[in-house]
Design a protein. Sequence first.
Length: 214
Amino acid sequence: MNSFPVIYRTASGEDKSGTGFFLLAAGQLWISTAAHVALDLHRPHKRWSEWPPEVRIGMRTGIVPLQLFRGTNPLLPTFAHWDEGETIGDIMLLPIGTLARPLLALSDYKIHSADAGLNASANDPVTAYGFPRIGDIIDFSNEEEISARLVAAPASGQARFSKPAVAGMSGGPLLGAEGILIGMTIGSEDGAGVALNVIVLRETAVRGIVSGLR
């Protein structure tokens, strides 16, 4: 499989979900997802106390909880992110340490690399993978895909594709020919799907490593 559900609990106790995938970037293994998946907000903010304390990863073998913060005052994110002043970019990368690896059933999922760079052009075929949200039901085995074409060559950190993403697929991988990673889906705009391209994913990983995340 190319992706898995990422589940979080709202302040009202409701479970919601998006998608995530295993990412190799800057020589390190991460869980990649969209930051708005944890907040259900279009523009994720840095008021960490308003975030959920954890997300849960829906593996074939069961649910794996991952803490999003350490410390108490101040709260410190355990994920790499892209700082944009009062907000953050729509990406979060959680490092996979040695303790978590046995729980994550890595052999059941593809690991997508951002370290090969970006080589894509307008009209190239792409496929978005993820787990659409269907009411309160989260099916851990029902990975879906959207086949489309790039609207234009990826630029300015984004890659746009010719079909809109489905709710719940944010955070999933956008793959090109032969399964090469193009980017990570973050939503839709003007009838087209929108993804952050692999350059953004890799640079976010570098920022996380520089800040001490391993």
